[in-house]
Write a protein that binds this ligand. Structure first.
Ligand SMILES: Cc1ncc(COP(=O)(O)O)c(C=O)c1O
Length: 489
């Protein structure tokens, strides 16, 4: 193989570990339903919502956790959450219809993202809260309400372009939200359209992992609420969006080692670690490393509720350095959060069958082709580097030596770019045709967000799985309802 294997082992919680301990069951499922196959675990998402709630509860903060539906189109996850008191964040007409159909009452739904008139109409018609992106959208919404005599709509104003107090550092530019500099004009509109809209809060969602940037945005929202109050408006909610992140890897040292070695590979000081010399954003310019690593920080210990906790304890310079949570509590503001990826942590995996294992003539990494397209396992698309787990077919093979191997994982399209991973993956043993590769923790964005029917190949089926009396039960995702069927759920 040449050199030490560079593993990036996935972090596995109790449920994923238990599913993977049932290899016969996983093979039975893929034999019956085909490869690739997505498995979602709705009970895990409920546990994750509870963790978010307790994080707020420990600080005596009230509010709501809205699952960002875009991260996974699973019916089962949505219906399971509808059976709790969690909320849902919908970002399209279709998602809103799904949420209503799953049993969410409108007061547990927030409509965000870019909206077409039909989406706005249905949201207003059903009294869903609308996260308003721009003055134009506010105008459009108010016009719809007046024209079709709809009920007055609750709105959150999504803001952007926050500035840290004292330092002229702008938060990163966003296509979405209205600049805080335009707040006064926006509030004029709120007052003008008072018959059609009811301002209940302000919001932000920033596409960054930086807690400091988000703390600046949250502080900016608190200042915006003060401006509202000075005008006699009474919004009470601050929606901090999503982006709490997931810690995908089990071992921080493996991640450190891998990224260091990748740098070496780009500079040519060690053997290549990717297909075709791909550098994940890094490049070698005459012996000097240039560019930035464009990967998800797969080992991310401060993620999910720990990230939220860090945000809440962050000091707010504009308020004498007091922690943000204290300020929220003092004003009895409601804290809204819209986690997608973080709520789906440990909520599923994707199975793909090994079709072919070729040994290249140059003796390099094995060429492994899977019965899946790169779009079906979009970890690579999201820059998440994490090893699959080989689930051998049948009993452990006797006789064949268990030795680590390096492999390249290809998809089933006749496209050079259909690579399940662009990096060389190290596995503890050689996979064989018929084995399964289990990609853990794919529920957040990596199952259906990018799904295609390219080459008329199937979109992966999805099943919901739950534990009952010590064993795993399942049904097709769209057949799942959170009621007891024959003793299930
Ligand atoms: C408005 C809004 N809320 C929530 C989310 C969910 O983000 P994440 O899945 O990173 O938590 C997104 C993601 O794009 C978003 O745009």
């Amino acid at each position: 193989m040449g050199g030490q294997p560079l593993y990036l082992e996935p972090r596995l919680g109790r449920r994923l570990r238990s599913v993977l301990e049932s290899p016969g069951w996983l093979h039975m499922l893929t034999d019956a339903l085909g490869s690739p196959l997505h498995v979602v675990i709705p009970d895990q998402v409920v546990e994750n919502v509870d963790d978010f709630r307790s994080t707020c509860g420990r600080r005596h903060l009230s509010g709501q956790v809205f699952f960002a539906h875009k991260a996974n189109q699973s019916h089962a996850v949505l219906r399971r959450l509808a059976a709790t008191d969690a909320g849902v964040d919908v970002a399209s007409l279709g998602e809103l219809q799904r949420a209503l159909g799953a049993g969410f009452a409108p007061d547990r739904i927030v409509a965000t993202g870019p909206k077409n008139p039909e989406f706005l109409w249905l949201a207003a018609r059903t009294s869903v809260t609308v996260g308003v992106d721009s003055p134009e959208e506010l105008e459009q919404l108010a016009a719809l309400v007046r024209k079709y005599t709809l009920p007055r709509v609750r709105v959150l104003l999504r803001l952007s372009g926050f500035e840290a107090a004292g330092v002229r550092v702008l938060s990163r530019r966003s296509r979405f939200g209205t600049s805080v500099r335009e707040l006064a004009a926006l509030l004029d509109m709120i007052e003008r359209y008072g018959d059609a809209v009811d301002l209940t809060g302000v919001a932000y969602h920033l596409d960054t992992t930086s807690v400091t940037e988000k703390a600046t945005a949250l502080e900016g929202c608190l200042l915006a609420l003060e401006e509202c109050r000075s005008r006699g408006l009474r919004p009470r909610a601050v929606d901090v969006g999503g982006g709490f992140g997931v810690n995908y890897l089990a071992d921080g040292e493996q991640w450190e080692r891998y990224t260091t070695e990748l740098t070496g590979a780009v500079l040519g000081t060690r053997s290549p670690l990717t297909w075709g010399g791909h550098g994940y954003g890094l490049r070698n310019e005459s012996g000097t490393l240039r560019g930035t690593l464009s990967l998800y920080p797969a080992y991310r210990p401060v993620a999910g509720t720990r990230y939220l906790d860090e945000l809440l304890t962050h000091p707010a310079p504009a308020f004498g350095g007091r922690p943000l949570a204290e300020l929220l509590l003092e004003h009895l503001y409601d804290l809204y959060a819209e986690p997608g990826r973080a709520l789906l942590d440990q909520c599923g995996l994707t199975l793909a069958r090994v079709l072919e294992v070729r040994t290249p003539r140059d003796g390099g990494a094995l060429l492994v082709r899977l019965a899946a397209k790169a779009d079906d396992v979009a970890l690579e698309e999201h820059g998440v580097l994490m090893d699959p787990i080989v689930v051998p077919r049948g009993a452990e093979r006797s006789g064949s030596a268990v030795e680590p191997v390096a492999v390249h994982l290809f998809g089933s399209l006749c496209l050079e770019s259909d690579l399940i991973t662009r990096r060389t993956v190290f596995l503890p043993r050689r996979p064989e045709p018929g084995d399964l590769m289990a990609f853990a923790n794919t529920a957040g964005y990596c199952m259906d967000f990018h799904a295609t029917r390219a080459q008329n190949q199937p979109v992966a089926r999805k099943i919901a799985a739950w534990q009952e009396g010590g064993s795993w039960r399942w049904c097709l995702d769209d057949q799942y309802w959170p009621i007891s069927v024959g003793g299930a759920q």
